[in-house]
Design a protein around this ligand. Structure first.
Ligand SMILES: Nc1ncnc2c1ncn2[C@@H]1O[C@H](COP(=O)(O)OP(=O)(O)OP(=O)(O)O)[C@@H](O)[C@H]1O
Ligand SMILES: [Zn+2]
Length: 717
């Protein structure tokens, strides 16, 4: 789903203060309604996850923001044997795809074919368990979206309007959205797009841009009249206010707050068509050369993909009031899912509306915004090559650190720590101890449970409580906290084994060891259930070790999951430690990306104002032969040079190039230096001149040498 567009109302400053005010207020209503709200008993749930935009691969931001939480939720409902469908697909229309196609000299269809396949595979590899993953270039989608538009058109729900739009006379084409760039009227970013400024987040109209330029030909566009069809959002404003601001106070504060700040402004009619040739043709006479706006077409993709999955009874999942609709998205998609799409559904009639839209904030990578175009991301397809079979580690870290209430940061250090100290140190450790001890004392056969002692009863009671806790959190979309609760089970298990010390008891009382290990194994089986929605690959491996095909969610908290006499399989390690060199490799890769970006963005500095020849002549630049060079103590940037300047006396120069040279490599080299610069003291050493260096794009310095072995003291002119 396309990033951005209308992430916030026109005035971003107003928006941010307002949103935080609301976040505060609605936090209370959020907690209150969570407990007070009479939950409707729905019969089934339609879960959608934002349609990823098919012009790049899938990165950790996508997973953390949308697909992992959606998958956890769906797996949880399935485990509870609830009726649920999980719908997604690629979003394959819109301007950025056409721009990429032009750049690469291929067709837009070729672009989306490539990325659709790549995205689909990444989701499969990470266990994102969609019931369907289709695409908006499918025939079904084209038909469904056209019919949807046609109905609104025929019933007079759309407003036909002519307006002045930018037109590229060289390319003979109207310039929609990202086809036009220019200076942002708010923050003066020179590279703002026709629909949005990525720097300040303002929602823009192309005509607001200062000095607009066509992204196709680079020429200055002209304004030309064109006709488009608009959804009069203003007519839905009162209804939206009532439905969201009164009816959905339980939505997350970030979602509710963003809706409120939109609804407090006057909503404007929004064009649902574009003058473009890539997309679904507008099914109306006189609309040649126009396609449906990508944000009109994309959310309808949820409906058409459901139709593709269930041609016969899809309507039950979209029209029956007993169906609950939940949209998982990232924060830049809130307005489209909470305001525009619901207004479309309302205008059409007959559809249910979302019951909740648990949007996440954004995940950053090593303190910088994740970006496909700057390649600042951890790509799923690369991750699996470099860290094979570690899908669950990433799922774990992204959930434990999910940007549920604010933007969060992914760091490789945190990734390593969480793996080593939590997955290996707590969860894996408990499982391993319980299974290894059972192997040692009982040859992998589950021992019988004898008489319980207080510590056993207490542990079992604590375990029992966890189920309700995890459920309450999952039901209210608090995935981070739910995962913490599941991890608590493993902590309880570890403590139980540490306190009961079966390896010591084994010397005197094997009957007691049987009971301790029976309880420990029941706890291990509980972990397989509790972690199933979060870490499906590990749960499957654990079930295999336990020699059990499946568990149900309802069994969570039980202590009779494994019968006495049941034979377990050979234990394996559930998680492995991640070593420092693995992390160092990832950090180096990011460093390399940073460098490549700096190189790509390199532009020579502007030339300084012209000077007279006399001024130039005042500078005496000479060649010097380096006789000695050493590091300056307590100054990691500085080198001290002893230079033969031809005068017969040595000259000392201190230069800030220590980061780029080994001192001994410079001895014997001829360098150019300013000989008549006023001396200056650096770290107590008097520097008599300045060695000339060229500064590269990344700030690194390279000394200027001569191409022939000229005499020391030669004049550089
Ligand atoms: N860094 C992130 N953190 C959280 N959610 C994200 C992040 N990046 C994208 N998303 C969400 O993932 C979903 C799909 O993203 P989409 O395909 O539109 O990519 P995008 O927003 O253009 O990102 P990018 O420019 O990095 O490719 C959207 O709902 C979006 O909000
Ligand atoms: Zn701006």
């Amino acid at each position: 789903m396309r990033k951005n567009t209308a992430a916030s109302p026109a005035n971003p400053i107003f928006f941010s203060t307002f949103a935080s005010h609301w976040a505060y207020q609605s936090q209370w209503s959020y907690y209150i309604t969570e407990f007070m709200e009479e939950k409707k008993n729905y019969k089934r749930t339609t879960v959608t996850a934002a349609l990823p935009y098919a012009n790049g691969g899938v990165h950790i931001g996508h997973l953390a923001g949308v697909y992992v939480p959606a998958d956890i939720y769906v797996r949880y409902l399935r485990l509870k044997k609830q009726d649920v469908k999980f719908i997604c697909g690629s979003d394959e229309h819109g301007v950025p795809i056409t721009i990429r196609a032009k750049k690469e000299g291929i067709t837009p269809q070729q672009v989306v074919d490539r990325y659709h396949a790549m995205i689909k595979k990444s989701f499969e590899d990470f266990g994102i368990s969609f019931d369907i993953y289709s695409r908006t270039t499918s025939e079904t989608h084209s038909r469904v979206a056209s019919e949807f538009f046609r109905k609104l058109y025929e019933e007079g729900k759309l407003v036909e309007k002519t307006s002045m739009q930018y037109y590229d006379e060289e390319a003979k084409q109207f310039l929609a959205d990202r086809y036009i760039t220019g200076e942002c009227p708010h923050c003066h970013n020179p590279k703002a797009y026709g629909d949005q400024c990525e720097k300040c987040g303002s929602d823009l109209d192309p005509t607001e841009l200062i000095n607009p330029v066509s992204a196709i030909s680079g020429s200055k566009p002209v304004l030309k009249e064109t006709k488009n069809w608009y959804l009069p959002l203003n007519e839905y404003q009162d209804w939206l206010k009532e439905w969201i601001l009164e009816g959905h106070k339980e939505w997350r504060p970030n979602v509710y707050g963003q809706c409120k700040s939109w609804l407090d402004l006057d909503l404007q009619p929004r064009a649902m068509t574009r003058d473009l040739d890539w997309g679904i043709p507008v099914p109306v006479e006189g609309a040649e050369g126009k396609v449906l706006y990508v944000w009109f077409d994309a959310p309808i993709g949820y409906i058409s993909n459901t139709q593709e999955l269930m041609p016969e009874d899809w309507e039950t999942w979209w029209k029956d009031p007993d169906t609950r609709l939940v949209h998982f998205i990232g924060k830049d998609n809130i307005v489209f899912h909470c305001i525009i799409f619901p207004a479309m559904l309302k205008a059409h009639g007959g559809y249910i509306l979302p019951d909740n839209v648990p949007a996440n904030e954004f995940l950053n990578l090593e303190n910088d915004k994740i970006s496909t175009s700057r390649n600042w991301a951890v790509w799923l397809h690369e991750y699996l090559v470099e860290l094979p079979e570690k899908q669950d580690v990433l799922r774990y870290v992204l959930t434990a650190n999910a940007p549920e209430t604010k933007d969060n940061n992914f760091t490789w250090k945190d990734f390593q720590e969480r793996n080593n100290s939590e997955l290996v140190g707590i969860y894996g450790n408990f499982v391993n101890r319980a299974l290894q001890l059972t192997k040692k004392y009982f040859d992998c056969v589950v021992p019988a449970c004898g008489e319980l002692q207080d510590i056993d009863r207490q542990t079992i009671a604590e375990f029992h409580d966890v189920k309700a806790g995890v459920e309450r959190l999952l039901d209210s979309f608090k995935f981070r906290d739910a995962l913490k609760e599941a991890m608590n089970l493993a902590r309880i298990g570890n403590k139980y084994i540490a306190d009961t010390e079966p390896w010591k008891v084994a010397k005197t009382d094997m009957k007691r060891v049987e009971t301790i290990l029976n309880i420990s194994l029941q706890l291990v089986a509980n972990l397989a259930i509790a972690f199933e929605p979060f870490l499906p690959f590990s749960s499957a491996r654990l079930r295999k070790m336990l020699n059990i095909d499946r568990f149900d969610w309802n069994q969570l908290g039980s202590t009779d999951l494994l019968e006495a006499g049941h034979k377990l399989n050979e234990p394996e390690l559930l998680f492995e430690k991640i070593e420092d060199d693995v992390i160092a490799y990832q950090l180096q890769k990011l460093e390399d990306t940073k460098k490549a970006n700096a190189e790509a963005a390199y532009k020579a500095k502007e030339i300084k104002p012209t000077i007279a020849f006399d001024d130039f002549e005042k500078i005496d630049v000479r060649v010097g032969l380096i006789k000695a060079c050493e590091k300056v103590k307590k100054a990691d940037k500085l080198l001290k040079f002893t230079i033969d300047d031809g005068s017969g006396q040595d000259r000392t120069i201190v230069s800030g190039i220590a980061k780029y040279y080994n001192p001994e490599d410079l001895v014997g080299k001829r360098v150019c230096f300013v000989a008549n610069l006023a001396p200056r003291k650096l770290k107590g050493i008097e520097s008599q001149g300045m060695i000339l260096s060229a500064e590269d794009f990344d700030g690194s310095l390279s000394v200027i040498t001569t191409s022939a072995e000229v005499k020391p003291g030669s004049v550089v002119c």
